[in-house]
Design a protein around this ligand. Structure first.
Ligand SMILES: Nc1ncnc2c1ncn2[C@@H]1O[C@H](COP(=O)(O)OP(=O)(O)OP(=O)(O)O)[C@@H](O)[C@H]1O
Ligand SMILES: [Mg+2]
Length: 264
């Protein structure tokens, strides 16, 4: 661990990734994300967004370069310590990865059970969070009986319920309408205000423009960060209608912002 890394939740230095003998899908990727920052990860389909997130949540090893997470070089961290690091990362998977034999409630409760949270607290927090994402009437439903957008919201609730240090969301609004997308974005934003570092991969350019956070832009495996100098990264500029002409214009005072003190 170096002192330079103590403020950076994620650091990549000249990271390359190839699958098998194929070409490099990420090339010389170098960036640092300070604690408490909020970034969108954008780029065309196939640009490498999910691959980059997989490297961060330790599902893949880089072919070359250095990755550090929470100030620790992954390559030199003992294997037995990786699961504990991984538990500090909340992930919303592009393909949800819910446990189909468990109810929506139990999927979301799982991280809290693993963390040893009291049963009565689990009941309260899970019900409140699932209600907030509009699934109050589906607590007992198993994922295969839910729509794509409903499963996506269960997956988001599971990722945020334990207030992770780092939240990675891979296209978390791909299956919901614009109003729900904005509501979910507000959830991530409020989580960020409580100190969680957030990275959201998305194709939704309206959301990105509306929220005004810096962008990590991937283009054929090359990464560039845009807008980080002008923003404090954790505080978006005053809300203005984006170029979408107010497509996502939810007012800020109509209950679309969660009271996280209540939810968690
Ligand atoms: N398991 C894999 N084996 C081989 N190649 C892969 C694998 N996963 C991804 N790739 C390749 O890596 C590249 C980047 O894929 P990735 O899924 O990271 O893109 P993405 O930006 O997330 O795309 P999308 O926006 O469609 O989700 C693509 O060329 C893809 O074909
Ligand atoms: Mg992807």
């Amino acid at each position: 661990m170096t002192t330079d890394d103590s403020e950076n939740v994620v650091r990549f230095e000249n990271v390359g990734l190839r699958y098998g003998l194929g070409p490099e899908v990420l090339q010389d990727v170098t960036f640092s994300l300070p604690a408490g920052s909020f970034h969108f990860l954008v780029g065309d389909s196939g640009a490498g967004k999910s691959s980059l997130l997989k490297l961060i949540y330790l599902a893949l090893k880089p072919s070359r370069g250095l990755i550090s997470l929470f100030g620790r070089d992954i390559a030199t961290t003992p294997r037995r310590e990786l699961p504990a690091m991984r538990r500090r990362v909340g992930v919303v998977f592009q393909e949800f990865r819910l446990l189909n034999h468990l109810s929506a409630f139990d999927n979301v409760a799982l991280p809290l059970r693993v963390a040893g949270v009291r049963k009565s607290d689990i009941q309260k927090h899970v019900v409140e969070l699932l209600s907030w994402v509009g699934l109050k009437d589906h607590l007992d439903a198993r994922p295969p009986t839910l729509s794509g957008g409903q499963q996506q919201r269960v997956s988001i609730a599971r990722a945020v319920i334990s207030r992770p240090k780092l939240l990675l969301a891979d296209e978390p609004t791909g299956n919901v309408d614009d109003r729900m997308a904005m509501r979910l974005l507000h959830l991530f934003e409020e989580l960020n205000k409580l100190g969680t570092t957030v990275i959201i991969a998305t194709h939704n350019s309206h959301l990105v423009e509306k929220m005004g956070f810096p962008k990590m832009h991937l283009d054929e495996g090359w990464l560039e960060i845009v807008g980080a100098d002008t923003d404090r990264a954790s505080v978006p500029p005053a809300s203005e209608p984006g170029p979408g002409g107010g497509l996502l214009d939810d007012g800020d005072d109509d209950g679309t912002r969660p009271d996280l003190e209540k939810l968690f």
